[in-house]
Design a protein around this ligand. Structure first.
Ligand SMILES: [Zn+2]
Length: 259
């Protein structure tokens, strides 16, 4: 009987020992695992901190809040734009005259040269000031390579978001000449057009910016007039007769303070 109890006691002790040992072992394993995970996490964090690439400059929305605050290093044509903003960028305090608007527009000829394409083909970091010498070819490649710009006119064209091609380009020029805060008004009479005004053809979906107003007609600057290449072109002449033929679909948008 005593033997039976003794062996029972031994068996219990053995089991207890086994249990305790297993428990301690599990706790130890868990602790080691936790330590390993913690060390790994710290090492990875450290590696990321050491080898993290320098942050890229954000140029996706680089239109300056105020022209004077422009950061020209963000732009492709940095020197040209710096010169443009130095000359014309701080005049927004006072209403802009037609002569000033014409001068601003002409200064932009260098930033957006005749025959260049308002797109970012092959350009990794681009903005609305990027131009290339490669045509878009919308029929083949679609519209993903066209530049975009959503400035003060975006709210008037919610169906096109963001603005691109002729409309985006015209909106950009308009904001550059008059400032983003300039009023947006509709002209009732096309003969009141002045340099910098935006002609929008609603049905044929084309936009142009008036460059000069002459006795026989007007000249315009535009982009993507063939709807296919986003080519920038300056100085196209339209006589008054041609313009009146568009009157059924023409909207004239002005940014001048005075009418
Ligand atoms: Zn295009």
């Amino acid at each position: 009987m005593l033997r039976f109890f003794r062996s029972k006691k031994q068996a219990l002790r053995k089991r207890y020992f086994k249990k305790t040992f297993a428990g301690t072992f599990s706790a130890l394993t868990l602790a080691v695992c936790l330590c390993a995970i913690l060390t790994l996490a710290l090492t990875v964090n450290l590696m990321v901190m050491i080898f993290r690439p320098a942050p890229k400059k954000d140029t996706t929305s680089s239109f300056p809040e105020t022209s004077c605050a422009a950061d020209p290093t963000a732009f492709e044509q940095a020197d040209l734009l710096e010169a443009f903003f130095d000359e014309y960028g701080c005049a927004a305090d006072q209403p802009i005259t037609p002569e000033e608007a014409a001068a601003s527009l002409n200064a932009l000829r260098e930033v957006f040269p005749e025959g260049a394409y308002w797109n970012h083909i092959g350009v990794e970091e681009w903005d609305e000031f990027t131009v290339t010498d490669i045509p878009c070819m919308h029929d083949i490649y679609g519209y993903l390579r066209c530049n975009t710009y959503s400035g003060s006119l975006q709210e008037f064209f919610p169906q096109f978001d963001p603005l691109k091609q002729c409309l985006g380009f015209a909106s950009l020029l308009s904001d550059l000449v008059f400032g983003e805060d300039a009023p947006v008004k509709i002209l009732q009479d096309a003969t009141d057009l002045r340099p910098g005004d935006h002609i929008r053809l609603e049905l044929t979906e084309h936009s142009m910016i008036v460059l000069t107003v002459e006795e026989e007609g007007i000249t315009v600057v535009e982009c993507n007039s063939d709807y296919e290449h986003c080519r920038i072109s300056w100085d196209r002449f339209l006589d008054w007769e041609e313009l009146s033929a568009y009157s059924y679909e023409m909207e004239c948008i002005t940014r001048y303070e005075t009418s």
